[in-house]
Design a binder for this molecule. Structure first.
Ligand code: SF4
Length: 298
């Protein structure tokens, strides 16, 4: 009888090296870990990353997630601002309560905030339009740069409501798709009236945009794909859909526990990929679990 190590591997499993945290999230997590190492407790305004497994790991180290409402009642504490960035109001409240801010806002988001603030101050009569998800933390931070006046549009239908006889300055949330942004530009361009102008800035983060091309290339190479992400991740939803376009055997899972053993029969190659909020260790767990399960199938 063959020992465990002598058993032939029935499948080859590959983890996508381009999946996982973007540098903005890596930076936020390392700032949190550094502070937790020194003081053992840290408040974080909102989920540091849209992945409950990683949240759980950090909460065991002492990271406590709070809401904007909670922040109003917290004094003399350390508060981490995550990569999504925050509106000026958050800084004001934190300072008023003598809290020490550990600012882990992604530099790409901070640059976008500055750009929007400048556009708003330079042309106060123009409509500042943000292509993004209403209520998303990053978008709230962007709208905050315009004293709440920027209009958020999620699609062409929302854009119908814009005033096309007034100047429009258009930006995008960093994680939106380039395709959708270009469609929106065309839509608005065709409707501009009189001497009103449309100025647009492609502010989509290439850490995310480039992943679409790469993940599609990756996903097309395997018999089966496990896409690992938290259901709360909007970037996860987008990338999962892209994988489905090139491979009809793609399965969304949140952890190794979700692997359905029946899927592993009759496949020779399995790819594991995920969102920008998926930790590498979670994809490695999935890889280990697949090997364990396929050995049991022998
Ligand atoms: S996706 Fe881009 S902008 Fe957003 S946190 Fe990551 S690096 Fe920063």
């Amino acid at each position: 009888m063959k020992s465990e190590s002598q058993k032939p591997k029935t499948v080859v499993v590959t983890i996508d090296e381009n999946s996982g945290f973007c540098f903005g999230v890596v930076n936020a997590i390392s700032k949190a870990e550094e502070s937790l190492h020194n003081v053992g407790h840290l408040y974080c305004l909102g989920d540091i990353v849209h992945n409950s497994q990683e949240q759980e790991r950090l909460s065991k180290l002492g990271l406590e997630v709070i809401t904007h409402q909670d922040l109003k009642n917290i004094h003399n504490a350390k508060v981490l601002l995550r990569a999504h960035g925050e509106p000026p109001e958050t800084y004001r409240i934190a300072q008023q309560n003598s809290n020490l801010i550990i600012d882990a806002s992604c530099p790409v988001v901070l640059r976008l905030q500055t750009k929007i603030k400048q556009a708003f101050e330079t042309n106060p009569d123009a409509q500042i339009v943000i292509y993004g998800k209403v209520g998303h933390a990053e978008v709230n931070g962007l709208v905050g740069q315009t004293c709440g006046k920027a209009v958020v549009v999620e699609n062409e239908q929302d854009a119908e409501e814009l005033n096309f006889s007034k100047d429009i300055v258009l930006f995008s949330q960093t994680t939106k798709s380039l395709e959708g942004f270009n469609r929106l530009i065309d839509f608005i361009k065709k409707r501009m009236q009189g001497s009103a102008t449309l100025v647009f800035y492609d502010t989509i983060c290439r850490q995310v945009a480039n992943r679409v091309v790469r993940i599609k290339r990756f996903a097309s190479n395997f018999d089966l794909i496990f896409f690992v992400s938290d259901k709360k991740s909007s970037n996860g939803k987008v990338l999962f859909e892209e994988c489905c376009k090139v491979n009809d055997n793609v399965h969304f899972i949140s952890s190794a526990k979700d692997i359905d053993i029946s899927l592993l029969k009759n496949v020779k190659t399995i790819g594991i990929c995920g969102a920008t909020s998926t930790p590498k260790w979670l994809m490695e767990d999935v890889e280990k679990e697949i090997y364990l399960k396929t050995e049991n199938l022998l």
